[in-house]
Design a protein around this ligand. Sequence first.
Ligand code: FPP
Length: 276
Amino acid sequence: MQATIPAGLDRKEAEVYRQLDPERLPKHIAIIMDGNGRWARRRHLPRMAGHRAGVASVRSTVETAARIGIPWLTLYAFSEENWKKRPRSEVDFLMGLLCRYLKAEVPTLNKNNIRLEYIGRQHELPPMVQEKMAWAREATAANTGMVLTLALNYSARTELVDAFRSIVDAAARNGGLDHLEIDEDAVSQNLYTRHLPDPDLVVRTSGEMRLSNFLLWQLAYAEIYVTPTLWPEFRGLQLLEGIAEYQKRERRYGGLADHAPHAHGSHPHPSKTGRS
Ligand code: FPP
């Protein structure tokens, strides 16, 4: 039977979508957006031009993901290391870009029923940026469609440190550490991502084969898709190509192929079945 093509896909996107099984779309896709600087360098442009061009890629990717009904999309926008190791001028530019993006995109997010969330140490960002972020989150809070989570000033190791601290703090408040029991659910519930299921698919652009301190706990069973496309050239079409590749993979969660309860799609307790 011919799959119904979601409204809003262009001709090329529709062509790739037609090859997909709509029943086995990844529920949560996480993307490491990389290659803005290289894109700019190849054009003899300043790095900032690459970041600016990257905004159009964010827009296209978010819209296509929402159109095909992906429930959760998480974008690694700025790592903690980005803030600490890049020149001040670049960091300031990225902050300004983020604020302009939030201001300009809220109407489109609302039109597409997308709710905005954040992960990362928000309190370390400049107060002006925090205010804009809170405003955008509030303005999209009633939406019931895709949840778009932006990782800003994010580090997976810092997230784990913060999780362990909050577990210990809560135990200290509730009668001391003597009865403290820590299991996987306790860790998951204390991560910044407690509002999200683990990603099924992680996409990295620009060909690098690294996770770069992104969602280290949550990506334990994710399929990894690396594309040589630089982020400013990535669009909804490339996202669909990544999903097509994902659907060719066999997910086992440490079990056997024939016995996997869900060969594709989210698994409720992947960690209970051992390594894969
Ligand atoms: C990686 O490219 C990209 C970033 C550090 C910034 C990501 C920002 C955007 C995509 C635009 C704004 C985003 C939002 C959500 C408004 P790089 O600079 O590390 O590239 P390189 O590795 O080629 O130098």
